[in-house]
Write a protein that binds this ligand. Structure first.
Ligand code: BG6
Length: 518
């Protein structure tokens, strides 16, 4: 994420995608590369090598991705879907796509890859720069990096000319111990500056915009602390269930799947200290500091739940335990809510409530900042109990935007108050760009900007926060509370808030309503 109006041209490079036949490549990587090409942000000298176990020719691989492109390339959030494949752009891709078949666990595969890469790098003039993207199951991350290192495919001199980078997908470990072990393994073959641990939430415009909101405006920062903020609610609600991912999800659960990664990234963007500049390490240092200040969670700080049957948006849903590839007696959580404390000068005493879950009433990701109550109810017929507080709502998705809620005088001859909102909607201010969320992240890998990627120490700190809860659940024989699909989650989650302050409640999980005149 460079800080300039004119994007820097990406370096010539070869991108090697491990998991070329997988969903991530089809749904996200190739559509994002295509969108980058549309905006001129693919290097002229570029090469894509797909690697996977299934036999396939380069032509068939390219054709299958082309066939899938129309479905995935549009902007799901833009009203006018920017679909339609430009044949001129695609033809450039088709000429640069090559497929290598092999078993990632075998030395022979890396010999084959070396031969292929060296030959194609010459023809395509990619200057030896290589981006390896691990779009594979996480059990392969360590072994692939080790084998790449052993084959000298990632060898890089001190001046990083040519550069060799590796993108590691999520999940980065399943626990503090496994995340540490994975870091140790990959750091034996790579320097930290070569590792791009991706979290796709940081590819979202609205998440990046949190930095702009906080650090490009003088208005908010003086209010951004324990003196003015009562509490913060972060909600990542999904309407979907586990879909076809039962096998992965049943050993993962909502906490591991969403919290130490996506949700804590949102938390860090909102709570980190201002960086001294817009440089990758300046930002990553502040995020790391923030993670170190998060209090390790105790079992009473967290509530879990699992969806039962019910209905979401009028569609009936089966119970989680009836989903394909899920154990019929599964105790895996599909919902988690927690209370987080940040022990630093700015945030001591402020509660951060987090919840995320599947089969909830609406798809809604938002950060809601509730300001402290006015000190005095000065108007007739108002009391501190009934005076609505000020809220600043950062809508991450959908209906991306920001809303500030405050009290205004209702027109008329009496001093009557009414809650109103100032709204900023992305779709009203900016022309939507074709963006599926990976464009900036891929571009950043090609220009060598690690701002939006996780460092080893950051990943380990976030696991440190949640690990005792995972351990507690693993040792517990208590049955997991169920919530009806389409409901806002288990009732116990309400107590996290009400136990902290009388009358404190979660915000509704619902899409924003059109403006109402009162
Ligand atoms: C993924 C999780 O990382 O993020 C999924 O594995 C989740 O379970 C998804 O549905 C949410 O991402 P987005 O961008 O669709 O909100």
């Amino acid at each position: 994420m460079t800080e300039s109006s004119a994007p820097k041209p990406p370096d010539p490079c070869a991108m090697v995608i491990f998991g070329a036949g997988g969903d991530l490549t089809k749904r996200l990587l190739v559509p994002a590369l295509y969108n980058l090409a549309k905006t001129g942000l693919i290097p002229d000298n570029f090469l894509i090598i797909g690697a996977d176990i299934a036999a396939c020719s380069s032509e068939d691989w390219a054709d299958s991705l082309h066939a899938a492109l129309a479905e995935f390339v549009g902007n799901p959030n833009a009203e006018d879907q920017l679909s339609g494949i430009d044949p001129a752009i695609w033809s450039k891709f088709a000429d640069r796509m090559h497929y290598v078949q092999g078993d990632f666990t075998k030395d022979e595969f890396y010999q084959l890859l070396t031969t292929k890469l060296e030959a194609l790098e010459n023809t395509h003039g990619t200057s030896g720069n290589r981006l390896f993207y691990l779009a594979v199951a996480d059990r392969f991350f360590g072994p692939i990096v080790t084998q790449l290192g052993a084959a000298k495919l990632t060898a890089q001199t001190d001046d990083a000319k040519p550069w060799r980078r590796v993108v590691v997908e999520k999940p980065f470990g399943h626990s503090l111990e496994s995340a540490r072990a994975l870091n140790q393994t990959i750091l034996q073959s790579l320097a930290e500056s070569q590792i791009y641990r991706i979290d796709h939430f940081l590819g979202k415009e609205t998440v990046q915009n949190i930095l702009a909101l906080r650090f490009a405006n003088s208005l908010f920062e003086p209010l951004w602390n324990r003196d003015r903020i009562d509490h913060v609610q972060i909600t990542v609600a999904e309407t979907v269930g586990v879909e076809s991912r039962g096998k992965f999800y049943d050993v993962t659960g909502a906490l591991r799947d969403m919290v130490p990664n996506h949700v804590f990234q949102l938390l860090a963007m909102v709570t980190m200290e201002p960086p001294t500049g817009f440089r990758p390490e300046a930002i990553r240092d502040k995020k790391f500091d923030l993670f170190t200040a998060i209090e390790t969670l105790g079992e009473d700080d967290v509530v879990r739940g699992q969806y039962d049957e019910g209905a979401v948006s009028g569609q009936s849903c089966i119970a989680y335990r009836a989903e394909p590839n899920v154990a019929p007696t599964s105790n895996t959580e599909t919902y988690v809510a927690m209370r987080v404390c940040i022990n630093n000068w700015r945030w001591a005493g402020v509660r951060f409530y987090i919840r995320t879950g599947k089969h909830l009433p609406a798809r809604m990701t938002e950060i809601a900042i509730r300001f402290k109550q006015a000190p005095l109810a000065a108007f007739q017929d108002t009391s501190l109990e009934t005076l609505p507080p000020n809220w600043l709502i950062l809508r991450i998705q959908p209906d991306e935007g920001i809303s500030l809620k405050f009290e205004a005088k209702h027109p008329g001859q009496t001093m009557r108050l009414a809650p109103v909102a100032m709204e900023f909607r992305y779709a009203e201010w900016f022309t939507p760009q074709a963006n599926i969320g990976y464009e900036t992240l891929l571009y950043d890998c090609m220009i060598g900007d690690q701002t939006l990627f996780q460092r080893a120490d950051m990943v380990e700190e976030t696991w440190r926060v949640v690990q005792p809860v995972l351990d507690h659940w693993a040792a517990s024989s208590a049955a997991i509370p169920l919530y009806r699909s389409g409901s806002p989650g288990p009732a116990a989650a309400d107590e996290l808030l009400s136990n902290d302050a009388k009358g404190r409640t979660w915000r509704d999980i619902a899409l924003p309503q059109p403006h109402k005149m009162s």
